[in-house]
Write a protein that binds this ligand. Structure first.
Ligand SMILES: [Zn+2]
Ligand SMILES: [Zn+2]
Length: 185
């Protein structure tokens, strides 16, 4: 987000306050908290932050079944996942077949979509202390980033430090796995 997204973010934040029934009788405190959330989320695009807010409003409940206003890291994590979903949506119309991705595992987004659950926690401390029914989506960096040309081009990372030959070798296994899914046994 940039400074021009401030108003839109404030609107989104106010929607969250209403959805989670946070009382808004102290405007100065609330403005300060809005600033904290804005700064915590500003490395992500506005549409991902908004999409995450919608998802959190639908499903952000704790172990006791009650909804609670997300912390900045929780909102950030949800927005990262939303960003990946938006990237996928943006990319897919141009590609008719899934195996045209350089890396079908991550869809060339450079992120793997995961679910934090018992036995496979996301790594944050508060999740490791939660009971078994606590789950949430999150994303982890994909190992293809160094060799994936589509990912690097989109992120302006410059050309891959690997030669096309090396990159081909590194992604060949991944591609074979992707195609294998369509073969009949
Ligand atoms: Zn987690
Ligand atoms: Zn990948």
């Amino acid at each position: 987000m940039t400074d021009t997204d401030r108003d839109a973010f404030a609107q989104c934040y106010n929607g969250m306050l209403i959805a989670f029934r946070v009382s808004s009788d102290d405007p100065i405190r609330l403005h300060g908290e809005l600033e904290v959330y804005f700064r915590a989320l500003r490395d992500l695009p506005l549409d991902a932050v908004q999409a995450a807010a919608e998802g959190l409003q639908r499903a952000h409940v704790g172990a006791d079944g009650r909804s609670f206003f997300p912390t900045a890291p929780q909102w950030h994590k949800a927005a990262e996942a939303a960003q990946v979903a938006l990237l996928r949506k943006m990319l897919s119309p141009a590609r008719e077949e899934p195996w045209h991705y350089e890396d079908p595992d991550c869809g060339d987004t450079g992120w793997l979509e995961r679910v934090c659950q018992v036995g496979a926690r996301c790594g944050c401390e508060s999740c490791s202390k939660r009971p078994g029914d606590w789950t949430h989506p999150y994303v982890a960096p994909c190992s293809c980033r160094a060799t994936n040309h589509t990912y690097r081009r989109r992120r302006d990372l410059g050309p891959s430090p690997y030669t096309p030959d090396e990159a081909e070798k590194a992604t060949a296994n991944v591609r074979r796995r992707g195609r294998g899914g369509f073969r009949h046994a």
